[in-house]
Design a protein around this ligand. Structure first.
Ligand SMILES: [Zn+2]
Length: 121
């Protein structure tokens, strides 16, 4: 069942094909400072409506687009190659949606998986 979400001011509105079965809390520096809980999807599972405003932050490897709303400040989603092998796989792009932005979704009903990005990367 599709699930919708948006940033606080609705400049970014998105829909995913299904609710996540778990969300990820990452201890990596930017993830912990943002406080996002990530739900991962392939690009064909996420539809992002044309954004009225959006901004992107990149750093270090410059391969991950950390998108946020410049109006209300919400962390919205990231676009990244798959890094599961330790190397970026640009043939397998991933979108991590900030699960805190889902509408009508109980975050406490799904497992929160912690990735120790602080010590892995
Ligand atoms: Zn916004």
């Amino acid at each position: 069942m599709p699930l919708k979400g948006s940033c606080h001011c609705k400049a970014t509105v998105f829909e995913v094909t299904q609710a996540p079965v778990s969300v990820t809390r990452c201890t990596y520096s930017i993830c912990s400072k943002k406080g996002a809980l990530w739900a991962y999807y392939s690009p064909d599972e996420v539809r992002i409506a044309p954004q009225r405003s959006s901004a992107t932050y990149r750093w270090q490897s410059m391969t991950v687009k950390h998108n946020f709303c410049p109006t209300c400040g919400c962390t919205t989603f990231t676009e990244s190659p798959d890094w599961s092998t330790g190397e970026p796989n640009f043939d397998n792009m991933r979108i991590a949606v900030n699960a805190r932005l889902f509408d009508d979704f109980d975050l406490d009903a799904v497992e929160t998986v912690t990735i120790d990005g602080k010590n892995l990367w």
